[in-house]
Design a protein. Sequence first.
Length: 177
Amino acid sequence: MPKIAKELSALEVKRLTRPGWHAVGGVAGLLLQIRPPAQEGQPIPRSWILRLRVAGQRQPIGLGSYPQVSLAEAREQARKLSLEAKGGVNLVARKRAQRSSLIAAASKNKTFKECAEAYMDAHATDYTNDKHRKQWSSTLDGYAYPVIGSMLVADVTMRHVLDVLQQNTTHRNGATR
């Protein structure tokens, strides 16, 4: 039989400072995680964790940091999530999907040039030599950026890409546009 945690008050939760996972009661699996500060004199990092057992595996789910999320809010959120998990909802998969959609939405608000430069920086070690890296940068500067560099990624269509490619072909053939 599982041990039932004593239900702590908001004042008792506020006084917790020892690093570790502290059961706060009220909802099975609701814990306050306290970590040691990164540097002496900094505030003690604390966050709410709900540990659920789904399909035989324990899954920790973050509910937010304390005190931004109060004890009452953490308990209410934990109750809702526990009911959803009992109903068969995979909370971890849902949270991953939400995070992915937020990242995708944020990238749509960037210009083509910002995304291209971020890609070049992220893959800088993939290029065989410095000359190769400079060729990519030079090609983007000369052909892509003038046409679509300032456009939002979400607004770039196949027509825009074709404009960049056809411009490249006409320059190679000696024709001017």
